[in-house]
Design a protein around this ligand. Structure first.
Ligand code: ZN
Ligand code: ZN
Length: 99
């Protein structure tokens, strides 16, 4: 996988501003083992719903080697997410273009 592909994967992970849930069990980042603090910028992996600090998951993905970028917690393949969103993009029908 090229650096460019890794950058695309990174750019597709949504950034959210962390808010402490009202119940007690709020999560911590498995990469730095730090708790999320109110207002932190975190990235949520849509594939598996795991959350990490923006900086932590960015450097994790950029340091990944080989053909797979996986979730540090459950090893879900993050490239799958990339591929499926690309397919749905290309598959958009072009309606009303017939002459
Ligand atoms: Zn972290
Ligand atoms: Zn995961």
């Amino acid at each position: 996988m090229s650096d460019e592909q890794r950058a695309i994967i990174l750019s597709k992970i949504p950034i959210i501003i962390f808010k402490k849930p009202e119940h007690n069990e709020f999560e911590s980042c498995a990469i730095c083992i730090g708790d999320f603090e109110e207002g932190n910028r975190v990235k949520l992996l849509e594939t598996c719903q795991h959350m990490f600090h923006e900086d932590c998951i960015d450097s994790w993905i950029l340091k990944s080697r080989g053909n797979n970028v996986v979730c540090p917690v459950c090893r879900a393949d993050l490239k799958l997410n990339l591929e499926s969103s690309e397919i749905s993009h290309d598959a958009l029908p072009e309606i009303g273009q017939h002459e």
